[in-house]
Design a protein around this ligand. Structure first.
Ligand SMILES: *[C@@H]1O[C@H](CO)[C@@H](O)[C@H](O)[C@H]1NC(C)=O
Length: 232
């Protein structure tokens, strides 16, 4: 799976942006958030004009955007969270999410006609909004790796690990949240870069989103190791 990571960055920039501008941070978030939404709007227009040629990875990128839009919408309509200082009188955020739903549904129909096996593998994460839930926190200095990084990436092996955790590999008895030793090694190998690193991150995000981290009864390996990672 090759990720449309740019989409993710375009949404996350509302949160992570750091700059020396004189604007207070809440205004900066609004400014960059607004720009991210405008960019997304243009991107969706392009995708909608070319729905038939969107591949599954593209759909997945859109589902990530949809998850973040839905979370933002919830925040905007929740009176307890009104202190964020923004309103969305025209329901712009929700209409972008609806647009993604339309595009994704049409694309998935098209993809199902062309390649059902790849779709089957990733259906769970391409068929609905994918929320990336995160807390901003500082990275402990002892976890920062130095030295040469490895970019070598085997897409087939990585796909196998995704289908393992999604419970969608070819074995009939597969269930979600399984983690084999070889996949654990692949997904936690250190000093990664480029695709290797983005896929490691994505694998953990998928594990978290489908509940493998919070309800991980199926895999002792994941249970033991994920706990170890969290404690670091
Ligand atoms: C998209 O597809 C899902 C699942 O098939 C369905 O529940 C939903 O209503 C569809 N949405 C739109 C906008 O067609």
């Amino acid at each position: 799976m090759s990720i449309q990571i740019f989409l993710l960055f375009c949404i996350c920039s509302t949160v992570y942006v750091k700059t020396s501008s004189a604007l207070p941070s809440s205004e900066l978030h609004i400014k960059y958030g607004g720009e991210a939404l405008k960019s997304l709007e243009r991107l969706l227009k392009f995708f909608e004009s070319d729905v038939k040629d969107l591949n599954l990875d593209g759909v997945y990128g859109l589902r990530i955007a949809q998850g973040q839009l839905d979370a933002l919408h919830d925040k905007l309509i929740n009176p307890l969270k009104k202190n964020i200082g923004v309103t969305d009188a025209n329901n712009h955020v929700q209409s972008l999410s609806n647009q993604i739903e339309r595009i994704a549904n049409k694309s998935l129909e098209e993809i199902a006609r062309k390649d059902t096996s790849y779709l089957k593998r990733f259906a769970l994460i391409a068929s609905k909004a994918f929320l990336i839930d995160y807390e901003v926190r500082n990275i402990k200095e002892n976890l920062i790796e130095t030295g040469e990084r490895i970019s070598e990436f085997d897409e087939d092996k990585s796909d196998v690990c995704f289908s393992e955790i999604l419970g969608s590999n070819d074995r009939s008895n597969s269930s979600p949240c399984l983690v084999s030793q070889s996949c654990w090694n692949l997904m936690t190998s250190s000093k990664s870069t480029n695709y290797r690193l983005t896929h490691q991150l994505l694998w953990f995000l998928v594990a978290k989103t489908i509940g493998c981290i919070d309800h991980r009864s199926t895999s002792n390996l994941a249970n033991k190791n994920l706990k170890y990672l969290e404690d670091r």
